[in-house]
Design a protein around this ligand. Structure first.
Ligand SMILES: Cc1cc2nc3c(=O)[nH]c(=O)nc-3n(C[C@H](O)[C@H](O)[C@H](O)COP(=O)(O)O)c2cc1C
Length: 293
């Protein structure tokens, strides 16, 4: 058994011995749910009010966890973090080996954007270069990829591509998704995706385990976006806003759970000049010190 399969066994990601039975007992997908905007919890919140639950959240104590405390398996930190840092965006990444003989398509939820000029994205790969996933192998070799955003209408197909297929076997055919050509990179984008980004590798950084010194446990890839593709019914005339009602993005929660985004709330970003300088009450707050701050 490979070490990656060993780790997967330890994680016990799927909590259901008979997954199909459990899924069958659940309500079906609610097609009627449409994207909508709601009020915030407390629309009359003002500076100094703190939480919107009247302080109820302060009555429950916290548990302190040292990630490397005696007897705590390192995999517990993985399970804790993927269940607590949620929802995570998912980069659905398409890559191609340099000679074009092998392609890879897989989802990665250690993913985010970190800059917009230039557009920069990060992906975290589990395993070091000595144990690189196919996607990382292709990315470092070709220095190119496409980041696709997963929408509700192809979530099952996207999940299927996370299969631990041997290098060189095609996740494209297995998923039934459609490759479409790109302009600045050789890898294909996913035509079903509402939003895709062509990207070039900027840099990588390898991480070493603290639990097992010497063992390489992950690689951060920084990718620069070189072209955007947005389905035409999802983009506005200025080509600067994507409609969440069309994008219907799927996010990653803990374990084997995904999330959908069907509700939003808007809160204006406070401007100091407008909201504090001309407000005596607010001015008192910014000058004050709170015990323990
Ligand atoms: C929703 C989802 C998110 C994932 N996120 C990550 C991730 O952030 N990093 C990672 O190394 N693997 C992640 N995986 C696992 C990879 O998709 C999986 O190992 C895939 O087969 C990539 O391996 P390959 O490049 O060898 O094909 C994720 C899987 C799923 C289903």
């Amino acid at each position: 058994m490979s070490s990656r399969a060993d780790v997967e066994k330890q994680i016990k990601r799927n909590p259901h011995p008979d997954f199909k039975k459990v899924e069958g007992s659940r309500a079906p997908w609610d097609k009627s749910l449409e994207w909508s905007l709601k009020q915030t919890v407390k629309p009359d919140w003002k500076f100094g009010d703190g939480s919107n639950d009247g302080g109820a959240c302060l009555k429950v104590p916290h548990v302190e966890i040292d990630p490397y405390e005696e007897g705590r398996p390192a995999v517990y930190n993985y399970k804790l973090l993927i269940s607590g840092i949620i929802p995570r965006p998912i980069g659905f990444i398409s890559t191609r080996s340099k000679d074009g003989s092998s392609t890879n398509l897989a989802p990665f939820s250690y993913f985010n954007m970190v800059n917009h000029d230039p557009p920069m994205f990060t992906v975290g790969y589990a395993g070091g270069f000595d144990n690189a996933k196919d996607s990382l192998k292709n990315l470092t070799e070709s220095e190119e990829c496409v980041i696709n955003i997963i929408s509700e209408h192809f979530v099952e197909a996207a999940n299927a591509t996370s299969i631990n297929a041997p290098y060189g076997e095609s996740e494209w055919a297995l998923s039934g998704l459609t490759p479409a050509s790109c302009t600045t990179v050789k890898a294909s984008r996913v035509q079903e995706a509402i939003f895709s980004i062509e990207g070039k590798l900027n840099s990588t950084q390898e991480f070493e385990s603290r639990a097992t010194p010497g063992k390489k446990t992950g690689v951060l890839a920084v990718i620069e976006g070189t072209r955007f593709w947005v389905r035409e019914d999802a983009i506005n005339e200025d080509k600067n806003i994507i409609d969440p009602a069309i994008l219907k993005p799927i996010s990653r929660l803990g374990g084997i759970t995904y999330g959908r985004t069907t509700e939003g709330l808007e809160i204006p970003r406070p401007d100091y000049k407008e909201t504090v300088e001309n407000n005596e009450e607010a001015k008192k707050f910014v000058k004050a010190k709170v015990d323990g701050q």
